[in-house]
Ligand binder design. Structure first.
Ligand code: 7GP
Length: 837
């Protein structure tokens, strides 16, 4: 049984004791030690939060031990290292994840128990580390977990924002943003490295000097800021390997403004010093547009400069010849945000190491790889004007890269100037700017899409011209998520059930083993236990909903969830319109028909970028509809609508395991991958989704009978958009399905109040206005059909449970372990480097 497997796993883990022992007694001693000497409380009186702090420090000590051993081992064996460069990491909480990956969960629980505390309650005290926006950032976090677990010699680099993603507060149904003071109570998961600091320079001028008879460009910077390293150990599961996520914080340099000190303007110079710290102060909360802000550019360069100095220092400690760089260093660009790295490495090799341009360029082209995370064609651009001022030498380097590139292209494709203009890294025009994606593609040896469908669009649309030139660069690495975080941490009931029926916990390191669940597909006991697990998770979620919103929900209802950033393309509006339609149907039903209705709890959650008006209106509409429906006594438990505020990683850990159905409604061709869908799949929640992004591959894996697919396919979307536009001239209300028109009219006419406020929202789907770019009108019919199919399937609980089991059984492919192994072997060319026990 389960006990045996746990015991076996524990024996394996106990081999990993270091200087610090992991039995409950030793752990308890350490907890009490930290209560007294770290938290400075009495061991006879401390509360849950203090218990959390003391336990966190106890775990931290163990992490540090392994992290040290891992790095000593890497230093000794000198493997090729991967440096994963990302401006965003959504790590969430660390305690449960660490304790599980260290294999000391039971021991910790026991140690706490004897002190009168409960692990679950203590773990709840931790706040989220939310140094990212959404999909891209959480993907980075899952990938770090996989890199550690698979023993890869990898480092993560990022920024230590003082304020992470804003907290979402709802007042009267409107979103308000509050700062995320995540560091206010200290952060036990980081190690401040006051001796690991680098100077980062900005502004100034470029001068030409003679050096060994040759002309050489030198950048004379105008401002210096110091970058201080904060290290966050990332433990692997079932291994001693613990890798590092190094985040940089900006501190005023001691050299800062010496002049002012000397001239006696003491007070002002101290005040000015504060400016330096603003660089790493706050995360930009828009997940898709970062155009033209100087502070954002400063953040990017600050990050790039500090990371590359650190990486080069490490390389030079171990090697003397830069020819070895491509064999020893892989630099991965997580989207275009860190692409300035390319110019920075060139500057280091040419200006500082005097390698010569062509040799340097040759090396640079062998070390970078790039992953893009968006379907949007109009990517990140940096205005030349900003660069000229902030990074004058880098601008020169970018021009030279582009000049050489275009010369090469002229040889290849001739003087086709319109084509050359599209390929150019520099965009001419009203606002001259640098196209970061073009830069990344030209210089990277590999350009990755995050799903098959995404890659297809990159090849045929977004980067069509580049694909023609470098077909071999373009590859697909379908995203994945960590089953450690998304089953083991967040759904312990399911974890135990899976291990029991598979007879092993090996699936926690090898998700393909989940397919073994299919062997028990018809086992009645298995079904019963499966349903029990879901029930318990639904209870947990129901309690949370009641606490957050005061709405009491029935456990017999289908819990239907859509949680993700609010975006027009993700079509939360389609969901809300569907809910209104459901409400209308219920209102028009007789008693008899109502008895056959499947009760629903519709749960929506997600943040809108602070400047994204339409997204904010969607949030308000959701609340307005909820208010109307939830207070209609005639409807009762048949339909409830809940908005979950401040959706983040730890809320996701609670919501996803409790969902029966989850919605992924992006208009086909807009979601690069989607990873939420994978988390729901792993938790036995059925999907109602368009054939977009990675959902297409989920369908391949579990078969279309086991989820509810609807809507226009990618190839149909363009046609429908054309058709929609040809309908424009005379408004043709007849072309709008009746149900859709009615729902729209209710919102527009103020059935849910606030009709003035909702006007512009309605217009996004109306002809002659927004023209329904995301095709809600034409997908509405098939959306309702898919919803009806879900209702029908839910009535047959046997069938539903089978579908649920098959979802989990088919989720192995969507483990980030598979993604990372693929990257390691085919893109980064790195090998596991396992620290001995
Ligand atoms: C997201 C994509 O929207 C999502 O489809 C994908 O699953 C995820 O990345 C991980 O690859 N993109 C972002 O979060 C983002 O900020 C802007 O994209 C570049």
């Amino acid at each position: 049984g389960l006990g045996e497997h746990r015991a076996k796993a524990e024996r394996m883990f106990s081999l990993m004791d270091g200087f610090l022992k992991n039995d409950p007694i030793s752990l308890q001693k350490d907890i009490l030690h930290h209560v007294e000497y770290t938290v400075a409380r009495s061991r006879f009186s401390f509360d849950d939060f203090e218990a959390y702090q003391a336990l966190a420090h106890t775990v931290r000590d163990r992490l540090i031990e392994r992290w040290h051993d891992t790095h000593i081992y890497f230093k000794r064996t000198k493997p090729k290292r991967l440096y994963f460069l990302s401006l965003e990491f959504l790590m969430g909480r660390s305690l449960s994840n660490s304790v599980i990956n260290l294999g000391i969960e039971d021991q910790c629980a026991e140690a706490l128990n004897q002190l009168g505390f409960e692990f679950e309650v203590v773990a709840e005290q931790e706040g989220d580390a939310a140094l990212g926006n959404g999909g891209l950032a959480r993907l980075s976090a899952c990938q770090m977990d996989s890199l550690a677990t698979l023993d890869y010699p990898a480092w993560g680099y990022g920024l230590r924002y003082e304020y992470g993603l804003f907290r979402q507060i709802i007042v009267d149904g409107f979103q308000h943003e509050k700062p995320d003071y995540w560091l206010n109570f200290g952060n036990p998961w980081e190690i401040e490295r006051i001796h690991v600091t680098y100077e980062v320079k900005f502004y100034g001028t470029v001068e030409e000097v003679e050096m060994n008879g040759e002309k050489q460009k030198v950048w004379i910077p105008g401002e210096t800021v110091e970058a201080v390293a904060y290290d966050n150990p990332i433990p692997g599961y079932g291994t001693r390997n613990t890798i590092n996520l190094r985040l940089w914080a900006a501190k005023p340099s001691s050299k800062f403004d010496l002049e002012a000190y000397n001239t006696g303007d003491y007070i002002n110079s101290v005040v000015n010093r504060q400016n330096a710290e603003t660089i790493s102060n706050v995360l930009y909360p828009d997940d898709r547009s970062h155009q033209g802000k100087e502070l954002r550019l400063k953040q990017q360069y600050f990050f790039v400069s500090a990371s590359l100095q650190d990486i080069m220092r490490r390389f030079k400690e171990e090697h003397t010849n830069f020819d070895e760089l491509p064999e020893k260093v892989a630099l991965h660009l997580n989207d275009t945000h860190p692409s300035l790295s390319i110019a920075e490495v060139m500057r280091m090799l040419v200006d500082e190491e005097h390698l010569g341009w062509h040799k340097a360029w040759d090396i640079v082209c062998k070390i970078f790889s790039f992953t893009t995370h968006t379907m949007v064609t109009d990517g990140e651009k940096i205005p030349v004007e900003l660069l000229e001022n902030l990074l004058p030498r880098h601008l020169e380097i970018l021009y030279e890269i582009n000049f050489n590139f275009l010369e090469e292209m002229k040889k290849r494709i001739g003087l086709d100037y319109s084509r050359l203009a599209l390929l150019s890294i520099v965009e001419e025009g009203a606002m001259k700017s640098i196209r970061m994606a073009n830069l990344a593609i030209v210089c990277s040896h590999t350009v990755n899409g995050v799903s098959k469908l995404h890659l297809e669009k990159l090849k045929t649309k977004t980067f069509k011209d580049f694909y023609g030139l470098y077909p071999e660069k373009f590859q697909c690495k379908t995203n994945g998520v960590s089953q450690r975080r998304w089953i083991v941490v967040s759904n312990p009931g399911l974890r135990d059930l899976i291990s029991k029926w598979l007879g092993t916990e090996a699936w926690i390191r090898d998700a393909d083993l989940l397919s073994g669940l299919r062997d028990h597909l018809d086992n009645a006991d298995f079904h019963l236990e499966w349903k029990m697990v879901k029930k318990v998770n639904k209870m947990r979620l129901a309690e949370y909903i009641e606490a957050m919103s005061g709405v009491k929900v029935s456990l017999d209802a289908m819990f239907d969830v859509q949680v993700k950033r609010i975006h027009e393309y993700k079509r939360q509006l389609l969901n809300i319109f569907g809910i209104i339609h459901r409400y209308n149907c219920l209102k028009n039903m007789d008693k008899d028909s109502r008895r056959k209705v499947v009760p629903r709890v519709c749960i929506i959650g997600g943040k809108a970028a602070p400047g994204y008006e339409i997204a904010k209106k969607i949030i308000k509409l959701c609340h307005a509809v909820a208010e109307k429906i939830n207070n209609d006594t005639d409807i009762g438990d048949l339909l409830k609508v809940v908005f979950i505020p401040d959706y983040n990683v730890s809320v996701a850990e609670l919501v996803i395991p409790g969902a029966d159905l989850s919605q992924h409604l992006s208009t086909a061709g807009n979601e690069a991958s989607g990873t939420g869908n994978m988390k729901f799949l792993m938790n036995g929640c059925l999907l109602l989704a368009t054939a977009d992004g990675s959902t297409v591959e989920i369908i391949e894996e579990i078969g279309e009978d086991n989820l509810f697919v609807f809507g226009a396919k990618v190839h149909e979307v363009e046609k429908r958009r054309q058709k929609r536009l040809s309908n424009l001239a005379p408004l043709q209300p007849a072309k709008v399905p009746l149900h859709f028109a009615r729902v729209l009219r209710m919102v527009r006419d103020g059935y849910f109040g606030h009709n003035d406020y909702f006007k512009s929202l309605c217009e996004t789907v109306e002809f002659g206005f927004g023209n329904d770019y995301y095709l809600l009108t034409s997908d509405f019919g098939s959306y309702l059909e898919a919803q009806a199919a879900a209702d029908k399937a839910f009535v047959n609980q046997d069938k539903w449970t089978r579908m649920s089991i098959l979802s989990v059984a088919g989720s192995g492919r969507f483990s980030s372990d598979r993604t990372i192994q693929d990257y390691a072997e085919s893109t980064w060319k790195i090998s596991p480097c396992r620290c001995p026990l």
